[in-house]
Design a protein around this ligand. Structure first.
Ligand SMILES: NC(=O)c1ccc[n+]([C@@H]2O[C@H](COP(=O)([O-])OP(=O)(O)OC[C@H]3O[C@@H](n4cnc5c(N)ncnc54)[C@H](OP(=O)(O)O)[C@@H]3O)[C@@H](O)[C@H]2O)c1
Length: 243
């Protein structure tokens, strides 16, 4: 399973936005080239892992975009590629949530995909029932109210998913890294420094000890984006933790 992020040189992946209530990827580090990478990675997946936060943002009109693979001519080749390879038209979606505060109306935009919610054993039973009544599969993958990364991936693999792409943010990423189930990270480092005191960075959660070793697999220097600042497109394989 794999994930990807775009980050500034000072490690910011999201900042507050003046016109919105939620944080988002700053335009200074985003680019059409990195967006294309995101779409290409999604095109090769049979399942996207995202967070309940994404659907709350979506319901509030503040999500960055629809989940990939994107519509329109720009990504028509990727959608066709999926069909040529025998993939479904779009990857299915798994949502990590402890609160189960997931607006059902936001899920309707993805009614053509299989939707799975993963949560912990202590999650609110009424919310589980409400989601199941709306036709959403809910899976228990943790002992408290949180999802355990290893149990989540075991559940998803048991459902037949093999190419799993995590597109959520820092706490889902931390959950997967800590469990030792993340195999590859695609990291775009935009050559910009953003500063700020209120920001999201790559991983959020308890200190990782031992710190996972990231083996550089490939590195590409793109001199042109974003806005001629340049960026490094790195791909890392994660070494299994020594036990
Ligand atoms: N620059 C980039 O490449 C990039 C990539 C991705 C995201 N982002 C940005 O990062 C920011 C944060 O994104 P995010 O909120 O989706 O990130 P996140 O921190 O991974 O997800 C937060 C939510 O996911 C659920 N969650 C996470 N780990 C869980 C676990 N182990 N068990 C149960 N539920 C869990 C929780 O939902 P509940 O509250 O419902 O319990 C939590 O509130 C956003 O502004 C986004 O735009 C940037």
């Amino acid at each position: 399973m794999y994930s990807n992020f775009v980050t500034s040189l000072d490690g910011r992946i999201a900042l507050p936005r003046t016109d919105q209530n939620t944080r988002g990827v700053p335009p200074a580090i985003g680019s059409a080239r990195d967006w294309r990478l995101y779409q290409e990675l999604a095109a090769q997946s049979d399942l996207l892992i995202t967070s309940a936060r994404y659907f709350r943002q979506f319901a509030g009109g503040e999500a960055q975009d629809h989940l990939p693979v994107g519509p329109g001519d720009a990504f028509a080749d990727l959608r066709q590629w999926r069909l040529d390879q025998g993939f479904s038209a779009q990857p299915d979606v798994a949502i990590f949530s402890a609160s189960l505060d997931i607006p059902v109306e936001a899920l309707q935009a993805y009614s053509e995909r299989q939707l799975h919610v993963l949560t912990g054993a202590q999650a609110d039973p009424q919310r589980i029932e409400a989601l199941r009544s709306a036709g959403i599969s809910v899976h228990i993958a943790g002992d408290n109210n949180k999802v355990d990364g290893a149990r989540a991936i075991a559940v998803l693999q048991g459902l037949g998913y093999r190419h799993i792409y995590a597109v959520a943010g820092p706490s889902v990423f931390h959950t997967l890294v800590r469990a030792g189930v993340l195999q590859r990270l695609y990291l775009t480092m935009a050559h910009r420094i953003l500063g700020g005191k209120d920001f999201d960075t790559l991983a959020w959660g308890a200190e990782l000890d031992p710190a996972p070793v990231m083996k550089l697999h490939t590195l590409f220097y793109d001199a042109y984006a974003p806005d001629d600042a340049g960026q490094l497109l790195a791909c890392y394989d994660i070494e299994p933790a020594a036990v």
